[in-house]
Design a protein around this ligand. Sequence first.
Ligand code: PLP
Length: 428
Amino acid sequence: MKPETIALHGGFDGDPTTKAVAVPIYQTVAYSFDSAAHGAALFDLEAEGYRYTRIANPTVDVLERRVAMLEGGIDALAVASGQTAMYYTMLNLAEPGQNIVSVPQLYGTTHTIFAHILPRQGIKVRLAKSDRPAELEALIDEDTRALFCETVGNPAGNICDLEALAAIARRARIPLVVDNTVPTPVLLKPIDYGADIVVHSLTKFLGGHGTSLGGAIVDSGRFAWTEHADRFPRLTQPDDSYHGLVYTDHYGAKAFLGRARSVFQRTIGAVLSPFNAFLLLQGIETVSLRVERHVENARRVAEFLRADPRVTSVAYAGFPDSPYYALCQKYLRGRACSLMTFTIRGGADGGTRFYDALKLFKRLVNLGDAKSLACHPASTTHRQMSPEEQRQAGIGPETMRLSVGIEHIDDILEDIDQALARATASSP
Ligand code: PLP
């Protein structure tokens, strides 16, 4: 099936009990056992079925299958938020004393996990100075357990050279983990270019309506854990926290997600509620159409901003002179994302005046909603970073971020125009 079709039908062929066409919301905590033996068989993973919604739920299952199909993975684990997806993934790969290598252009809270949370748990994250593959490769050593990037960075809009990063990860015998939140699989399927694990904030474009937090981890199924058993013994050796289970023996190619579910989801329990899964599924049904419109509206906004003398810079990968133009052609087939940053006359003060003058754009910290959204990263999403870390992430105090929505383009441009007029009225 093509993505447009998967978005509507993937992972669900009607409810087996009622023949309901919409995915039913199984709003239940637990599932009854036929007998003591049945319960034990479920807990021993010998029988198929549900036990408790912290471990699995039929509504959430449909979402997992659909997201996995959209990304071309073998399976997915849906969790409470994009941040949970990222955190579980890293905990599932690295142990104290080991490290992760990452690009510096990151969503602010991912940066916080990398710079502050994982190091306190003994896992160092080495941030390269740029997204140039050679700089990342230079940071990898024998203790590195993952190479990480956002396929399209938030908010920098940088596009990572996935094939080059995948080749580096293969040489280093580690998985390439990517956050594909910004482009979504509609614009880019990282597994096609060698990514091993894809994480998502479903909260953004996939959900699309700004109603529900959610996250997902998708496994390509390609990383050969057993061939690298010396590096990932937690997957290939008996787990004493789960009565001696060997994940690679039990789950085969799905070992990574099997452990993420059995260890982190089961014990920490940052679970996606069935109701959120239902709402996210409603959003996913229209993701292809929405993204098409987001991309087209963003192109018009970028061109408008660039032609305007009140605007001093626009970072948009769709411009032929963008450093990311060639990568945009290669990985996104020229469809630059609807997330962009720009600066205006008057620097940080001008930017603040612009922000305050917006009428249609919502001032908030979110992206990928159907509505047009504006954010000032330095004072909000990326506030915890030092000025130098912000610069490496592609922002300064004057940077404004737009997530261009799917309203009529005339209304979007009119709002930007009037806000620019008010912001620059008194500046030279
Ligand atoms: N990844 C990216 C690229 C993001 O922009 C965000 C949030 O803005 C997240 C992950 C975190 O997602 P969530 O808010 O669902 O935890």
